[in-house]
Design a protein around this ligand. Structure first.
Ligand code: FMN
Length: 381
């Protein structure tokens, strides 16, 4: 099994609207194809007879030693993939020793998830309009044991995803003949996600919204929470002052922004194009990583994501000098295909693929990956 097969299983299980919400990009989806092409274009020059009998995939970042260089990315709506999907993700993370980043726009709250699963939780924050709306989330996250806050700064406006509107998966969700037929065509999903939610007392809700009790995904009775207009560095300063733990800024691609992030007190940066879901003309994080590492030096944590589907993609991001890699869609395909066990299987698969790639390239550790030779080191020289 690999990520492509898990994706195919997810497609069979999920209503089209939910699958496309997870799977697709934005606008003409050129960022998706570009990002994939950049991964595929990077060719490694393997070394032989140097890999040893076993590889060490462990990574050190943010002051902690971890067995694998993976983090589960924040993904809103995991609860639409499986009933209480965030808890399945968290339990999988716990069993694998990975951090799991809980999303602001999740359908279960950080306190509920932490109570159900003692994993290492990070918390991702979007700043909503009105400080009184987002500030309480920091205290909630802290009380739930979170030490690492991820502030997402790459979504100043809502992206244009016409396919979501066409298939009835815009927000708030609206019922129409198309999405009702879509849901009815996936009875297993409907029984699990909608049926079990209704048995527990109603449609899934946005658990962190100030009026969470009313904030169902159809949003009939509440004004939607809007993201802070004109998000800027003053907002970062406010969050930095209010959060005593470690702070990462997610969604940086320019070296000057990375430098500014560190000068504003961030402990690290997540180099990300938001899974190619926001800006369709975005560069690929893989291409920007070396410049950001040069800007930040070796001491600052640099994480990366967007488009990781294979262990060899992880290899390439590590080679470009990321300390570790966040996994978004891959986890959700695993969640769709097999719940908690499916997520664990997906991580095992990626770890196995990374291990094989390392062996083939003569690398024993992540430090060796960083020293690996790539084609462009030789061409024309
Ligand atoms: C369904 C879905 C929902 C997401 N929701 C959020 C979110 O609420 N906040 C956020 O910072 N990033 C969000 N992301 C982006 C991920 O955190 C991550 O940057 C991205 O998924 C990485 O790319 P990949 O999915 O190709 O691995 C979401 C991604 C997906 C696929």
């Amino acid at each position: 099994m690999d990520c492509r097969e898990a994706r195919a299983q997810a497609r069979r299980r999920l209503p089209r609207g939910v699958f496309e919400y997870i799977d697709r990009g934005t606008e003409a989806e050129t960022a998706m194809s570009h990002n994939r092409a950049r991964f595929d274009a990077l060719r490694v020059v393997p070394r032989v007879l140097t890999g040893g009998a076993a590889r060490d995939l462990s990574a050190d970042y943010l002051g902690t030693h971890r067995e694998l260089p993976f983090i589960m990315a924040p993904t809103a709506f995991s609860g639409m993939v499986r009933h209480r999907g965030d808890i399945a993700l968290s339990r999988a993370a716990r069993s694998l020793g990975l951090p799991f980043c809980v999303a602001t726009e999740g359908l279960l709250s950080i306190d509920e998830i932490a109570a159900a699963s003692p994993a290492e939780h990070w918390f991702q924050i979007y700043l909503w309009t009105g400080e009184e709306n987002w500030r309480p989330l920091l205290a909630r996250a802290r009380d739930a044991g979170v030490e690492i806050l991820v502030m997402t700064i790459d979504t100043p406006v809502y992206p244009k995803r016409t396919f979501n509107q066409h298939n009835g998966f815009g927000l708030p969700l609206r019922y129409g003949p198309r999405n009702i037929a879509d849901v009815l065509s996936r009875p297993l999903w409907a029984a699990d996600v909608l049926g079990r939610a209704l048995v527990r007392g109603g449609l899934p809700r946005f658990a962190h919204h100030p009026r969470a009790a009313e904030a169902t995904i159809t949003g009939r009775d509440v004004p939607p929470m809007t993201h802070q207009a004109g998000l800027n560095w003053d907002h970062v300063a406010k969050v930095r002052a209010a959060w005593k733990g470690k702070l990462l800024l997610k969604g940086i691609l320019h070296p000057d922004d990375a430098r500014r992030a560190v000068s504003e007190g961030a402990d690290g940066v997540i180099v990300s194009s938001h899974g190619m879901r926001n800006l369709d003309i975005s560069v690929a994080p893989l291409d920007m990583l070396p410049a950001l590492r040069k800007a930040l030096g070796d001491k600052t944590t640099l994480l990366a994501d967007s488009g990781v589907q294979r262990g060899s993609d992880v290899f390439k991001l590590l080679h470009a000098d990321a300390d570790a890699v966040l996994l978004g869609r891959a986890m959700l395909y695993g969640l769709a295909s097999g719940g908690q066990a499916g997520v664990q299987a997906m991580v095992d698969i990626l770890a196995d693929e990374l291990d094989r790639t390392m062996a083939m390239c003569g690398c024993r550790t992540l430090a060796d990956i960083r020293q690996a030779s790539v084609e462009r080191d030789y061409i024309g020289k």
